[in-house]
Design a protein around this ligand. Structure first.
Ligand SMILES: Nc1nc2c(ncn2[C@@H]2O[C@H](COP(=O)(O)OP(=O)(O)O)[C@@H](O)[C@H]2O)c(=O)[nH]1
Ligand SMILES: [Mg+2]
Length: 292
């Protein structure tokens, strides 16, 4: 048996979670076109004959404006600081955005001597010239290998996967054959709900939203959606509850929750993303809290 860990790092929105899902071959980490979508370290497992690769998704590292932003950076940095060979780091760059200070800061934060590769992703959306330019620009990061890929179409993903497989050391199976993620079931539900909200909301609201499962019964799951202001509550509920109904239906379909009633409730938690205690509560990956 061979096994190992590959951690994806990069700027917010670079395409890390989409690439992780593609490499795992299953949807384990939610994605959106809004920053701060990934709020936890999420593991996704790729099972291969006699081998297992554990891909680790991290929040994007960016300039923090709120306690939430600080906590997301901290989560990513803690994961990065804990990496040592034979763990592999996959630095994800967006082919459609020029290399910038953000990428360089992440590169500089990687542990010295780390086993790192660069994946230039979103190649389906970039011209050949753009891809070539980005690969050339990425040469300033002196890593072991460079791969053009698309997390959306899967182009190039096989070559990247083969590279990881070739470098796997002998090791145990960290996950059972049925497991594709370490996220507890309740978190998969709340994340699916948040993903559907992110897909439907404008640019400002997503930062203000946090979702938690508060009750879990065989035929009924209750989710609390926290927003920061009364005005946001109305937007999330929608006209006559239309938005919540749409989100609930889509999330249930995504999760395959046939026959289970998914109850969504919206409540205001003023300014939670600027309040360290509230942020910690919203991001705690342990058992869902009961409503006070
Ligand atoms: N066209 C295209 N879009 C992508 C690709 N990867 C990610 N995206 C989009 O880029 C946005 C950010 O992706 P996400 O995976 O959430 O980025 P993350 O913040 O780095 O995890 C989403 O709207 C994705 O659909 C890709 O390979 N091709
Ligand atoms: Mg992500």
């Amino acid at each position: 048996m061979r096994s190992g860990f590959v951690t994806l790092v990069g700027r917010p929105n670079a395409g890390k979670s989409t690439l992780l899902n593609c490499l795992v071959g299953a949807k384990v980490s939610i994605t959106s076109d809004k920053p701060q979508t990934t709020r936890l370290r999420v593991m996704g497992v790729r099972h291969l004959p006699d081998a297992q690769i554990v891909f680790v998704d991290t929040p994007g590292i960016g300039k923090p404006v709120t306690s939430l932003g600080e906590q997301l950076n901290e989560t990513a940095r803690t994961v990065i600081a804990g990496l040592e060979p034979p763990d592999v780091i996959c630095m994800v760059l967006d082919a459609t955005a020029p290399l910038g200070r953000g990428d360089r800061l992440i590169w500089e934060s990687l542990p010295a001597g780390a086993n790192t590769v660069v994946a230039v992703t979103k190649c389906d959306r970039a011209s050949k010239a753009q891809v070539a330019e980005q690969l050339a620009a990425a040469a300033e990061f002196d890593v072991g290998a460079y791969f053009p890929v698309s997390g959306r179409t899967g182009d190039g993903a096989d070559a990247l996967l083969e590279h990881f497989v070739a470098g796997l050391p002998e090791g145990p199976a960290y996950f059972g054959p049925e497991s594709v993620t370490d996220l507890p079931e309740a978190w998969r539900v709340s994340e699916a709900v948040r993903e559907q909200l992110l897909a439907r909301l404008g640019d400002e609201l997503p930062y203000s939203i946090a979702v938690r499962v508060t009750e879990w019964e065989p035929k009924r799951i209750r989710c609390d959606i926290a927003v920061e202001r009364d005005s946001q509550k109305g937007i999330v509920i929608g006209r006559g509850g239309a938005m919540l109904r749409e989100v609930g239906t889509a999330a249930r379909r995504e999760l395959g929750l046939g026959g289970v009633y998914l109850e969504l409730r919206v409540r205001v938690e003023p300014d939670w993303q600027r309040t360290p205690d509230a942020v910690a509560r919203m991001l705690a990956p342990e058992a869902p809290v009961s409503p006070e």
